[in-house]
Design a binder for this molecule. Structure first.
Ligand SMILES: Nc1ncnc2c1ncn2[C@@H]1O[C@H](COP(=O)(O)OP(=O)(O)O)[C@@H](O)[C@H]1O
Ligand SMILES: [Mg+2]
Length: 368
């Protein structure tokens, strides 16, 4: 019996063995890479709840870009990210060799982007000129430059609008630039509505959702069959259903199934599946749910518990009635919880949980 290492990766940002349900988005992006400057797939904002697979999708897009010869500059939107992008661009330009680009860059004397969070005006000018040089070099080589910025919900507004202004400028000049952002949906909507960068409103907005259960089932089936692990059809189905199609749970449950198979002679019986699901759910509660709830106040918790009385989407007004709270108070909590990524508003005046298993968790803790 082959003893392959466990392929599942239940860790934030880790690359999963198979990126389920994202082919369409990636195709669009690859098409954009071939078209080059100004293609819609090259200006995209990816949004979705924690653990839905934003970072994994960004990584895959980066790989695709590199395969096409593009230079990739990937950053997380912590303070100073604009300067760090500048620094990386400078290194790439140097690497492009002692040709005209190398000489021009020394003439510019560009260095030290990383010292401050917000670039002072003269650095901003340098930043843009540096970007133009690099992009012109790459355009000649028929490739391009991709920026990816993760977690933009926490970005400094000034840095973000500077980056947007520069990228807009590059696009206007027909330079081969791509920009992919990822962040939590509500916070990203706020950012766009605040008018941080009007130009970004034209970006393609991809809201990631759970994968289809059938796809998860097929993926589990393939993975286990290839590894010589035996499991019945109805048990695969049960495991797939327990994931709810939620990427982090797909990895957690897959990982635990694999461990069960290792101790059960490469066979997964109903008991093994039950245990794997239970272990994965505990882990999910600890890592995702409790972390997400750690910043919730007692009042937030009251609101959430009132929501958990329903089985699905609920009108925010009903929560107000249950809590005996005025509508402005309800609106206040609703906004806070949406911004925290705990709940979402699937329709006007409606709310639902944004994290799978949160409802069940709240019910369990209530019944304790
Ligand atoms: N499309 C997918 N199919 C299967 N697993 C995925 C997929 N996308 C992400 N994952 C896995 O889900 C988990 C969360 O992904 P991550 O990209 O960190 O989410 P986010 O950035 O949205 O919080 C990781 O363990 C990752 O390997
Ligand atoms: Mg992430």
């Amino acid at each position: 019996m082959p003893s392959l290492p466990n392929p599942f990766r239940p860790t934030a940002g880790a690359t999963p063995p198979e990126l389920i349900g994202r082919q369409g988005v990636l195709d669009e992006f690859e098409y954009g890479l071939r078209l080059g400057s100004g293609a819609p797939g090259l200006l995209t904002i990816i949004t979705g709840a924690r653990g839905i697979g934003k970072t994994a999708l960004l990584s895959e897009a980066q790989d695709k870009a590199r395969e096409q010869g593009w230079i990739v500059v990937s950053e997380t939107a912590t303070p100073g990210f604009l300067g760090r992008i500048g620094e990386t661009m400078r290194l790439h330009l140097e690497e492009l060799g002692p040709g005209p680009a190398g000489r021009r860059i020394t003439a510019l004397g560009v260095a030290g982007f990383t010292v401050t969070t917000q670039l002072p005006p003269e650095r901003q000018v340098d930043w843009r000129r540096l970007g133009e040089q690099l992009l012109n070099e790459l355009a000649e080589k028929k490739t391009g430059l991709l920026f990816t910025v993760d977690e933009i919900h926490s970005a400094d507004r000034t840095e973000l609008s500077q980056l947007a202004a520069d990228v807009q400028h590059f696009i206007r000049d027909g330079l081969p630039i791509g920009l992919l952002f990822a962040g939590l949906p509500a916070a990203v909507s706020d950012l766009l509505n605040e008018g941080v960068a009007t130009f970004l409103r034209r970006a393609e907005r991809i809201d990631l959702h759970a994968a289809a259960i059938n796809e998860v089932e097929r993926s589990y089936e393939d993975t286990f069959r290839q590894a010589g692990i035996k499991i019945d059809e109805d048990q695969v189905r049960r495991a797939a259903e327990a994931t709810g199609g939620y990427p982090f749970l797909i990895q957690l449950i897959g990982y635990q199934l694999w461990r069960q198979a290792e101790i059960n002679n490469f066979t997964l019986e109903a008991d093994n599946v039950t245990q794997a699901i239970a272990a994965a759910s505990r882990r999910h509660e600890m890592t995702v749910i409790e972390a997400a709830l750690s910043t919730a106040s007692e009042k937030d918790m009251d609101f959430l518990r009132a929501m958990a009385e329903d089985d699905g989407v609920v009108a925010a007004g009903n929560i107000g009635k249950r809590l005996n709270a005025k509508s402005n108070v309800v609106a206040n909590y609703r906004a806070r919880l949406i911004a925290a990524g705990l709940i979402e508003a699937p329709a006007y005046g409606k709310v639902d949980f944004a994290i799978p298993g949160l409802r069940e968790y709240l019910r369990k803790s209530r019944d304790k």
